[in-house]
Design a binder for this molecule. Structure first.
Ligand SMILES: Cc1ncc(COP(=O)(O)O)c(C=O)c1O
Length: 382
């Protein structure tokens, strides 16, 4: 796309990836079609084992319909019921919180740390201490989100969850291949939810998700929950849902899985370039925390006059997106929770300033340079 005579640099472009992989992908799709088995077959099992094996030893994978469903089923499996409470952060994609609501529970928020933009473990602890007195056993679980591809600081989160007997469900929907203290995200919490939405670091050609757990009994329960509650066909042990990764998506993910590390490295290369060469005093750049390896699902900078800055970049031919403009506690859908502006000052401030720059593996070097130039020459008079 172009505006005037400027060629727009897109925020993302999955057609470039398809051009690289079309032969492999089309063969994989054809194989599934020729086999004539489309739901919960060999490809799903192969992918579940491959993805779980990539994350670590003794990890089980349960392919489901989406990242939202991965969170929802994890909450149900962990025993979260109507009237319970689940703690998470306000600066996330809305499905983290809608999954809590759909499990019948109420979200409680804690603010984020201003460097990582992830859950602040100190505030988590003080919130739990305060709320535990009021809610007792109704306070059931914590969902840390590994936002933008960077791990939350898991050790203190896991410690406080253990101390207060809370389940930990990690939202790793943006963090395929990210690491915490040398370990891939996916095996620390009781359940870890990933999304395969097409634009993710590992994306399907439609919706998809997976839950990882180290507990084989939980894995069996989740397999029943995703498939009408049945262990054996037509024998329903529990009340379940229909939320299954399908064979076509699993076959596509098997192909794309081979490239995940290479693509993550390319994302990091682009991020390093941005970090090294963006040098405008009006712009803050993201920090990579010392305890983790960021996989830069998103590269998010900050500018205090964001709207004018984004309009300028658009005129200069650079597409940007805001992830996310309104924290969840201030979204209309969650008015009923009773949170007011000022409740979470870090999340609220950041939401007004953040701008995501294009970052995807097929972004060309010359495009990356073309993005940095107008950022560096921007001043308030542009
Ligand atoms: C942080 C986070 N959580 C949950 C989800 C939900 O995943 P899905 O779109 O696959 O349902 C997403 C995806 O957008 C996400 O980014």
């Amino acid at each position: 796309m172009s505006i005037g005579d400027i060629q727009m640099i897109p925020f993302g472009d999955l057609t470039r990836e398809y051009k690289e992989l079309s032969e492999e992908i089309e063969t994989a799709i054809k194989d599934v079609c020729q086999n004539g088995w489309f739901v919960l077959g060999k490809k799903v099992e192969e992918f579940e084992n491959t993805f779980a094996g990539y994350i670590g030893n003794n990890v089980y994978g349960i392919g489901v319909g989406s990242g939202t469903e991965a969170l929802h089923l994890s909450l149900v499996a962990s025993g979260v019921e109507h009237g319970d409470y689940v703690i998470t952060v306000p600066n996330t994609a809305v499905p983290t919180v809608s999954a809590i609501s759909f499990a019948g529970a109420r979200p409680l928020f804690v603010d984020i740390d201003q460097d990582s933009f992830n859950m602040d473990p100190t505030q988590l602890r003080s919130t739990i201490i305060k709320e535990k007195k009021r809610l007792g056993r109704k306070l059931k679980a914590v969902i840390p989100v590994h936002l933008y591809g960077q791990s939350a600081d898991m050790d203190p989160i896991l410690d406080v969850a253990k101390e207060f007997d809370l389940k930990v469900i990690e939202d790793a929907c943006q963090a395929h291949g990210a690491e915490y203290k040398g370990h891939k995200i996916g095996s620390l919490g009781d359940y870890v939810a990933f999304s395969f939405y097409p634009s993710k670091n590992l994306g399907a050609y439609g919706d998809g998700g997976i839950i990882l757990t180290k507990d084989p009994a939980e894995a069996q329960k989740l397999k029943m929950l995703r498939n009408y509650g049945q262990g054996r066909r037509y024998y329903h042990k529990i009340i379940g849902f229909n939320s299954r990764l399908d064979e076509l998506q699993a076959a596509i993910l098997m192909i794309k899985m081979k490239y995940l590390d290479k693509w993550n490295n390319r994302r990091r290369e682009i991020a390093n370039y941005y970090t090294k060469y963006i040098s405008n005093p009006l712009i803050s750049k993201p920090s990579e925390m010392p305890y983790g390896r960021h996989v830069f699902h998103l590269y998010v900078i900050r500018h205090s006059n964001r709207e004018a800055f984004c309009a300028y970049l658009e005129r200069e031919g650079v597409n940007t997106i805001i992830h996310y403009p309104i924290p969840i506690h201030l979204q209309e859908a969650f008015n009923g929770l009773g949170y007011l502006e000022g409740s979470f000052t870090v999340a609220e401030k950041i939401a007004k300033e953040i701008v995501s720059l294009p970052i995807f593996p097929q972004l060309k070097d010359e495009e990356v340079k073309r993005i940095v130039e107008p950022i560096n020459s921007y001043d308030e008079n542009n």
